[in-house]
Design a protein around this ligand. Structure first.
Ligand SMILES: Nc1ncnc2c1ncn2[C@@H]1O[C@H](COP(=O)(O)OP(=O)(O)O)[C@@H](O)[C@H]1O
Ligand SMILES: [Mg+2]
Length: 265
């Protein structure tokens, strides 16, 4: 099982949307996928139409995994073939507090996931904004990581900072994951700003810049219906990219093809 983490200290950079879209995309391509929500808001449940589980208290998968150490009980079917999930929930906050007092806390997630490794081809981790024991744990657990970054000046500056933290942690030998690159999000064709920022990113990161994800009104609606983008807007811009002079650019579909190659799935 290969583990991939999407992380950024900022919220609203489409981490959850990306994790859910990539997870379902890989499952549709025949991989066995585990998607883990490390955010107490539990947005993965909402995005997959499993929000009712949060209310019934049955969504405390992460607590189950890390504190009760019952990995198999933590896993739930998503209702889609080959896609299972470990959901986040209010109780994730409690799990975090308990973890904070434990030895080797940064390694507990990695060890807990290793127990499930024979069941899946790939495990995707969606983290909450900020920096805490679970984000560090997600970095330690990752074989690969990607940083989604919104195409606005402040966000791009923030991403450089985030990357600085990551690089110093990596130098200190805190984790072994490979940095796959930055995923530009919030791409808008109407303004110049997006393309300016995209160019700035390309200067800094070169080939490590992934196909940008465009703004897509349908992508914003999808969580309300509990549907993934492959179900709700498969022909929308977020999936297919933007057409410029008869050619499509960006979009999750293109990113997914690159991911399969780079990760070797
Ligand atoms: N391509 C898109 N175009 C427009 N809105 C989007 C797109 N992708 C996601 N969104 C919306 O942006 C908001 C924040 O996305 P989310 O994935 O929850 O970010 P994060 O997990 O980084 O906080 C959500 O309401 C989501 O539906
Ligand atoms: Mg999120």
């Amino acid at each position: 099982m290969k583990t991939l983490t999407f992380l950024n200290q900022k919220g609203g950079v489409w981490k959850t949307t990306t994790a859910v879209t990539v997870a379902h995309g890989l499952a549709l391509q025949g991989r066995d996928v585990l998607l883990v929500d490390l955010d107490a808001q539990g947005n993965v449940a909402d995005a997959l139409g499993m929000g009712a589980l949060k209310k019934s208290g049955e969504a405390d998968g992460l607590y189950e995994l890390l504190i009760r150490e019952r990995g198999l009980q933590a896993v739930r079917p998503s209702g889609r073939p080959r896609l299972d999930v470990i959901l986040g929930h209010k109780k994730t906050l409690q799990a975090k507090q308990i973890l904070a007092g434990m030895d080797f806390r940064e390694y507990l997630l990695r060890n807990a996931l290793a127990e499930l490794a024979s069941e899946y081809d790939v495990c995707l981790l969606d983290v909450a904004p900020g920096v805490d024991v679970l984000q560090i744990g997600a970095l330690v657990a990752a074989d690969f990581f990607v940083i989604p970054v919104a195409l606005s000046h402040l966000a791009v500056v923030g991403a450089m900072d985030a990357l600085g933290t990551v690089v110093s942690l990596q130098k200190a030998g805190a984790f072994r994951g490979k940095f796959l690159g930055v995923l530009p999000t919030h791409w808008e064709r109407q303004t110049n700003e997006s393309d300016l920022q995209l160019r700035a990113m390309a200067q800094q990161f070169k080939r490590l810049v992934w196909p940008a994800i465009p703004m897509d009104p349908r992508a914003k609606e999808a969580p309300r219906w509990g549907k993934t983008l492959w179900e709700y807007a498969p022909k929308g811009r977020a999936i297919r990219g933007i057409r410029i002079n008869d050619q499509y650019h960006g979009g999750y579909q293109r990113g997914l093809a690159r991911l399969v190659q780079e990760v070797g799935l």
